[in-house]
Design a protein around this ligand. Structure first.
Ligand code: IVH
Length: 701
């Protein structure tokens, strides 16, 4: 099959299957199947490229036949933005919360109450589930005229009675089915009007990546995945939500009128969970049914043991009475059901004393206050340092918004891979307030130049470009894994290099020789040979690594990648002005400005020249991102009603497509406006689809 252009592919498929409606339906079914395998089962069967190809074919067919477009098509996950925030909507039934148990005694007390209320002779099955640490979200489905259940609404918990309609964002979560076919509903004994409740979460890996990006952009990191998930689901930009890879775990299936898990059709929570999985929802596989407290405790112990190795955060275990009839008998107290309880893991927090505050200068000159703590054991590690973020944080961390003091007893939290942080001060009779005030330095602790705080920013910075601390951190960053990956260039070696006076910039690393390195402490012939080999190897690291390694403010790993792909060379990037830089995906005025500033400094240009001389990689393959219009070639002709040809061109390129000046059989679409001339004739002659501005704009959304 010819694969070189989407157009050829389309023609091929259309020749084989002349009916576009059938082809569209087949593609949708295949795409849904592969999305389920990928996003729900974690077991993909086809490559991303194959998936993209099918998606592009479907997109092209739908653009050609807009009358066949449906809202549950896999192409329709990212739709229009909600314009003015999110509408408030009432929940179909209250979204309750759970009572908590913090230890075995509290759990046993709950079990006793359940058994007392149900009567001694009753057998009770308990379902144990992971308590996912995210936000609860309701999904409402209703049938269309074919009996297919369509996702009509996604609602946040809100106050439990009224939540926010976040449907546009929810639709971007790939593990949430946009529709469930009648066949599946029937097989699972679920009526086509139903509601799913579950937890929206941000996987650990996405959290770490997003936080690294935030830090590279000079933004404060989010405290935990839960906060970031909460912020994301309420973002007014569905495109951003789609990129963040939220995930959804279903734990309740509601139908009929009642509030209970299953009711008459599915009279058990365990069966409801199986039904949810059969309908295509992601249901946590870590679940188990037991009749005994020993069984419950075993499940909790196992959950605790695997907790750190999971791809997402859990903060406990939820135990539910399995039978819907028994649930009905037990009923509710105030805001929580009697038939369920949340066993909460002890928080990963510790209480210790603040012994001192140190001030560290980072590679961008930012000065971070770091708490020196009396060592405390938290969640498996000893913590003796924790971040205090910035001067503002110190000024308000004490009780009632007072300033923190040295000697205070502080609460320290540690979550996943996040740097431990001081979250508050404990004051009572046994823990009086500390005595010593904390003075944020006015001068850089390393080079003593005056610190500067830009208007509106929380951070103080050392702006001396030759500050040894900045150079040290810059070298360590450059050499680190994920950047230039120069193994053996750790803190001890870097400190000696700086002390020797031989290294004044990252470019000087490429001038190091055998004889000199042998003079360093703890460097024998073998380690010198290894280090030189590592430095040599780094010369072939890709352009985006070099860019990331330069330490330009706000240019993190991903931005560097996008820049390298867009410009294809260091020279073109250096020559770009702010307007051109802003054309790069995800580059806004702030980042563009920082890049322009960086390259306008003579010292930095000299550094780049030295790196070029040293033989580092300065070119990259220009690559079009697989996006909306990836693989498609457009020809523009005539006058479009609402945008200039240049604007249209920009839009196509921004979405990963290409624009060509002449129509050939490789052209995917001709976008024609008023007074289109010979290009239109040529398109007709070659059977190239011709679309108007309206159809074109729809392809971009
Ligand atoms: S059942 C009637 N099951 O924990 C309330 N909740 O502390 C039903 N959560 O609001 C909740 N995993 O956001 C249930 N397997 C699970 C859960 C779970 C996480 C969250 C949910 C709920 C909160 C209660």
């Amino acid at each position: 099959m010819p694969k070189d252009t989407a157009f050829d592919f389309i023609i091929h498929c259309m020749a084989a299957k002349p009916n576009p409606a059938t082809r569209i339906e087949t593609l949708r079914e295949q795409l849904r199947h592969h999305e389920h395998l990928y996003y729900v089962q974690d077991a993909p069967e086809i490559s991303d490229a194959e998936y993209d190809r099918m998606m592009n074919e479907l997109r092209a067919l739908e653009a050609e036949h807009p009358e066949l477009l449906t809202s549950d098509s896999p192409t329709q996950r990212v739709g229009g933005k909600p314009k003015e925030g999110f509408a408030k909507v009432a929940h179909s039934r209250p979204m309750l919360s759970l009572d908590n148990a913090y230890n075995e005694d509290e759990l046993r007390a709950w079990e006793k109450r359940v058994r007392d209320l149900l009567g001694e002779n009753e057998t009770v099955d308990f379902v144990c589930e992971f308590k996912m640490d995210g936000l609860s979200l309701a999904l409402q489905y209703a049938p269309d005229k074919h009996g297919t259940a369509q996702l009509i609404r996604g609602i946040t918990r809100g106050d439990g009675s009224i939540g926010e309609d976040v449907t546009t964002n929810v639709r971007t979560v790939r593990s949430i089915p946009l529709s469930v076919p009648a066949k599946k509903l029937k097989a699972a004994k679920v009526p086509p009007t139903f509601e799913v409740r579950g937890e929206i979460i941000l996987p650990q890996a996405s959290f770490i990546k997003l936080n690294a990006e935030r830090e590279a952009q000079g933004l404060p990191p989010a405290a935990n995945p839960r906060n970031m998930a909460a912020g994301t689901i309420r973002t007014l930009e569905p495109n951003i939500v789609a990129q963040r890879r939220l995930d959804y775990y279903a734990y309740f299936l509601l139908h009929g009128e009642g509030l209970l898990a299953g009711e008459e059709l599915l009279p058990q929570q365990s069966k409801s969970l199986d039904a949810l999985a059969a309908l295509g929802f992601r249901v946590n596989k870590n679940r188990s049914t037991t009749r005994t407290m020993d069984g419950i405790l075993k499940f909790i112990a196992e959950a605790d043991a695997v907790r750190d190795s999971l791809a997402y955060e859990i903060d406990g275990v939820v135990i539910k009475v399995d039978s819907a009839a028994q649930q009905a008998q037990l009923g509710f107290t105030g805001k929580a059901p009697r038939w369920a309880i949340a066993y909460k893991f002890p928080a990963r927090a510790g209480v210790t004393q603040l012994e001192d505050v140190l001030f560290q200068v980072g590679r961008t000159g930012k000065v971070t206050p770091v708490a020196a703590l009396a060592p405390v054991f938290i969640g498996g590690t000893t913590v003796s340092r924790a971040t205090l973020h910035n001067a503002d944080e110190i000024a308000r961390l004490g009780p009632e918004g007072t300033a923190l003091r040295i000697g205070d007893t502080v609460t320290v939290e540690r979550g996943g891979d996040v740097i431990p942080k001081v979250v508050g001060v404990v004051v009572d009779k046994a823990h009086p307030r500390g005595k010593r005030e904390i003075h944020f330095p006015k001068n850089c602790p390393e080079c003593h130049s005056h610190l500067v705080r830009a208007e509106g920013e929380a951070d103080w910075r050392c702006i001396n470009a030759t500050c040894p601390a900045r150079l040290r951190e810059g070298l360590l960053h450059f050499a680190s894994r994920g950047v230039m990956n120069i193994e053996g260039l750790g803190e001890a070696v870097v400190a000696q290099l700086l002390e020797s006076g031989k290294v004044h910039s990252i470019a000087d690393l490429y001038k190091l020789d055998n004889d000199f390195l042998l003079t360093l402490e703890r460097m024998g012939p073998k380690s010198v040979e290894n280090l030189l080999a590592e430095i040599e190897k780094s010369k072939s690291a890709a352009l985006d690594r070099v860019l990331f390694g330069l330490g330009i403010r706000f240019v993190g790993e991903r931005t560097a990648e996008l820049l390298a792909e867009h410009f294809g060379s260091m020279d073109d990037l250096m020559a770009a002005d702010a307007a051109h830089l802003e054309q790069v995906q995800e580059v806004g005025p702030r980042i563009a400005q920082a890049i322009v500033e960086f390259f306008s400094e003579a010292k930095n240009r000299k550094l780049v020249e030295s790196l070029r001389k040293a033989g580092l990689t300065f070119t990259a393959e220009k690559k079009v991102r697989t996006e909306k219009l990836a693989g498609l070639t457009f020809v523009l002709t005539g006058t479009l009603p609402n945008m200039s040809r240049d604007e249209a061109k920009e839009k196509i390129e921004a979405a990963g497509g290409r624009v060509s000046g002449s129509v050939s059989k490789k052209t995917s679409y001709v976008v024609a406006g008023e007074e289109a001339g010979s290009k239109l004739d040529k398109a007709r002659e070659l059977n190239v689809p011709v679309i108007d501005e309206d159809a074109f704009v729809k392809m971009l959304v």
